[in-house]
Every structure is written in C-alpha cells, then in structure tokens.
Design a protein around this ligand. Structure first.
Ligand SMILES: Cc1cc2nc3c(=O)[nH]c(=O)nc-3n(C[C@H](O)[C@H](O)[C@H](O)COP(=O)(O)OP(=O)(O)OC[C@H]3O[C@@H](n4cnc5c(N)ncnc54)[C@H](O)[C@@H]3O)c2cc1C
Length: 332
C-alpha cells in the first residue's frame, strides 16, 4: 500500500494520512486511519474502489461514524468517509440524496418542503448510507418505510439499483450487512403533509430524545439491540450496573442503554465495558445481548502487548501460588 501513489492517482480527492478517527467518531475514540479518503461524487467512489481493488488495499466505509467503535489501533488500508458526498434533490414528493448527507438534514428538508414520513428521523445523527445499512429507526418509524430504491456499488465495482423489496430490511438490518455493498444514492418516497403537524411531531420527538438521552456526552447511541421480550436499559438497571465506570467510559446515569465517554475514554474501555455488561446479563437473566454498534479496526499494539503481559503475569502468579501448595513439576 503506497499512499503517495494513491494521492498521485486521485489528485482532486481530499486524502488524509494517518488521520486519528477519534476526530470523527461520535464516541470520540478510535485510532488512526492509514488513509482517510473524502470522495464527493458517486463516480469518484467507483473509481476509488476499482483502483484500490487492483492495488489490493483493504477498504472500510464510514458514514457519520455515529454507530461505530473504531478500535484503538485504528484501520489499516483505505477508509472512505462519505460525508462530503451529500447532495439532496427534492422533486414533488421524492427526495434523491447522495448517501453522505445527514439524515437529520434530509428530515429537515422534507419538513421545509411539506413532506411527511421522515419526522421520526429528525434526531438520528447518522448519514443516509449508515441509516440504510442499519435500517435506522426511532419512535415507531424506520427508514425502510420511506425508501423507494437504493443505488449500490458492489465491492467488485459494479453499480446496481435495488428497490425496497430487494434490500431485506428488518430490525436494524439491511442486505448491505451481508453483501458489503456500498450505498451511493437513495430515493425516498414521501407524502404531502401539513407543515404545522410535521413540525409539532418533530418538536415532540426532539423533546422526548433530549429528556431521555445523555446527548451532553459523546456516545454511540444504544449500544445493544433490543432483545425480544426485554428492554436492555431495564436489564442493565436491574443488574445494578447503571453508572458503572470503566476507564473513561460510563454506563449513562440518564439512559442505561448508552455508554458515554465522560473522561477521555479509549475504545478499549468501551469494548471491555460492553463485554462486562454482556457477561453479567447472560449470567443473571440468561439473555444474550447483541451489539447494535459495529466494532471495527485493530487493537492497539500496546494494548495487545500489555494484555498478553498481564496474562503471563497472572499465569506465573498462579504457578507461584500453586508451587507453595504443590511441588512444581514439568506438568504444571
Ligand atoms: C446520540 C445518538 C442517538 C442515536 N439514535 C438512534 C436512533 O434513534 N435510531 C437508530 O436507528 N440509531 C440511532 N443512533 C445510531 C446511528 O446514528 C444510526 O445507526 C445511523 O444510522 C448510523 O449512521 P452513520 O452514518 O453514523 O453510520 P456509521 O456509524 O458511519 O457506520 C455504521 C455502519 O454502516 C456502514 N455504512 C455507513 N455508510 C455506508 C454506506 N454508504 N454504504 C454501506 N455501508 C455504510 C459502515 O460501514 C458501518 O458498518 C444514534 C446514535 C447516537 C450517537
């Protein structure tokens, strides 16, 4: 992987080298991207993918990084962030939008055009691409209900248009999670509505969100998917975990389904706390929590080393203790 060659082949594309992803993620954690690339058009993404494939670069796609934990070692190869690819075109009751646009902005533009259907999304901080990938939803709405079609780029570099039925949408899931395709453009189909009613609904949802969620701290939203028949926040509360601090991360005292970065948390703090919650809830309630947030990237080499050292230290302490009870032999 030669970054100079990449920059030479794409002189008009903004490319940052060794760029800390903590500057972009909503948790404000995560190590560096070898190359962070900001295309502005679908054509640029397609050309980039073809070139990066030929050069054997691994490729990671980011939207607004609001549903991600990037590990402390960062991401090797190319990381394409789509937030500069954000054109929104409204025609009658359809909105055609490039997938780097913010869902909140599209929801606002729909309201300004008297279009109803995207009120539920007025506080979801993702990009359109991330929202499609996750089938984002809130307060009874999901993006799948208003999407007509999605233009995707396969990892082999082909462009395909998928209609709604072909996206396998379900709770926090779309086909893209299996195919790894990149969403480039989305067409939303909305309905004409009453501007005042749309605004009232958005105000109501904004009030609910700000009163219930710890928006004053960095976070990645709800960490876990809702397990059938349970509420994650309630399970965590009843296990006595709410407020627990792990390094600089804390289970929010306002909403137990969120983990907030209260004091320079690392991605490792987040990941260890998530594992701890899963273990406690499995043991106490027999419920296997599944993360909604996506964890990507590599461990920090120092973290791996210190974890290995800790394990060696623990093993030798154990052997030393054992040696006091039993004479040590080759077998123990
Ligand atoms: C405070 C807060 C509140 C939240 N509230 C909600 C909520 O109410 N409802 C809800 O559903 N979510 C919520 N979220 C989570 C998050 O905003 C959504 O999941 C959002 O859809 C993620 O979009 P993103 O652009 O940030 O995706 P990212 O975090 O950048 O990426 C998430 C995944 O999508 C993939 N991806 C991103 N763009 C594309 C693309 N163009 N093509 C293919 N794959 C892509 C990435 O590779 C990654 O695997 C919240 C998060 C926060 C921080």
């Amino acid at each position: 992987m030669n970054i100079k060659k990449l920059k030479k082949n794409f002189p008009n594309v903004n490319i940052k080298e060794n760029e800390p992803l903590a500057h972009y993620t909503y948790t404000k954690t995560g190590g560096p991207a070898d190359a962070l690339i900001f295309p502005k058009t679908k054509e640029e993404v397609q050309k980039l993918i073809s070139w990066l494939n030929e050069e054997n670069w691994p490729v990671t796609i980011l939207g607004n990084a609001s549903n991600l934990i990037v590990k402390d070692g960062g991401i090797r190869g190319a990381t394409i962030i789509l937030t500069d690819m954000n054109q929104i075109v409204i025609k009658e009751d359809t909105i055609k939008v490039l997938t780097g646009a913010a869902l909140i902005e599209v929801s606002k533009r729909a309201y300004q055009s008297n279009l109803t259907g995207l009120e539920f999304a007025c506080g979801i901080p993702g990009s359109i691409g991330g929202a499609v990938y996750m089938n984002a939803g809130a307060y009874g709405g999901e993006v799948k209900e208003v999407i007509k079609s999605v233009t995707v780029l396969t990892r082999e570099g082909h462009i395909i248009e998928r209609d709604n039925n072909d996206m396998d949408f379900s709770y926090r899931h779309s086909k893209l999670q299996e195919t790894d395709e990149i969403a480039l453009e989305v067409v939303f189909e909305l309905k004409k509505g009453d501007a005042e009613e749309i605004k009232d609904r958005m105000d109501e949802l904004t009030y609910l969100r700000t009163s219930k969620q710890p928006l004053e701290y960095p976070s990645c939203g709800s960490v876990f998917k809702r397990p059938t028949g349970y509420f994650t926040g309630k399970l965590i509360q009843e296990a006595g975990l709410q407020g627990l601090k792990w390094g600089g991360a804390q289970i929010s005292t306002k909403h137990a389904g969120f983990i907030v970065n209260i004091d320079n948390a690392t991605a490792t703090d987040y990941i260890e706390l998530i594992e701890h919650i899963k273990e406690v809830i499995l043991e106490k309630d027999g419920v296997q929590l599944e993360t909604e947030v996506k964890i990507i990237g590599e461990d920090h080499p120092v973290a791996v080393e210190s974890r290995d050292n800790l394990m060696k230290k623990a093993a030798s302490t154990f052997h030393a203790q054992l040696g006091k009870i039993l004479p040590l032999t080759e077998d123990n």
